[in-house]
Design a protein around this ligand. Sequence first.
Ligand code: IPE
Ligand code: IPE
Ligand code: MG
Length: 255
Amino acid sequence: MSLSLKSSNPNLVETRADIPRHVAIVMDGNGRWAKKRFMPRFFGHKAGVDSLVKTVLACADRGIDYLTVYAFSSENWKRPTEEVTGLMGLVLVAVAKYLTKLADKGVRIVIVGDRNQVSDKLRQAWEQAESLTKDNTRITLSVCFNYGGRWDIVQAARAAMQAGVKPEELDETKLASFMSLAHAPDPDLFIRTGGELRVSNFLLWQAAYSEFVFTDCLWPDFGEAELDAALASFARRDRRFGGVKDAPAASLQSA
Ligand code: IPE
Ligand code: IPE
Ligand code: MG
């Protein structure tokens, strides 16, 4: 990424080169947001859906091509049955409420995660969202649901074996082609709301060189101002990918 066009105002993101192509978000803090309002956790999840819809449209407006969000982790099954059931039901409500709007706004929706454990109804809602939006090109929203970074690596390894890939043929590019986010470049910017400083099994493979922004903002409070602050922080980063800035790379042979 070229940083030579950086503005003297650090909060102004003014060049396309400084805009991440792919943003990933751990949408955390819904429960605490609801608790602060003396409401059940579900109230926070519901507000979180509205936040997601606003954020995907804000990302599209800013020229971001891919937004990937963590909606339900492989570990979230450990939550009380009532909360898990509520979250599954919320997906159906969200699809009914927002699918047409997102489709009309040019959003392509892709669902990422293990679909085996979810109900037929939910699988059908995912399929409906994907098929209705498959030809959209403005922004790709990947919703990670029943997803874990470790699950993804294991399923990719299995898929590669099933496809007959020989051990000597397997390299990073080959394995990446079987990963569940093979339709997107690696995330440039990884945001986690809710104040926790951890990855919680999100994008373990893909975030190898992502830039991280952690914010105390609870997910239902996340909006354009917080997105722009994260983008401004990203624009100030010096991404070296292991290299040295402005120096020619040595070839492997000369090492
Ligand atoms: C994130 O918010 C949403 C999901 C994990 C589904 P949380 O529900 O984890 O909210 P907190 O972290 O308890 O506040
Ligand atoms: C991560 O949040 C998962 C999602 C946002 C979907 P959690 O709330 O589940 O993560 P931990 O338990 O704080 O690590
Ligand atoms: Mg949480």
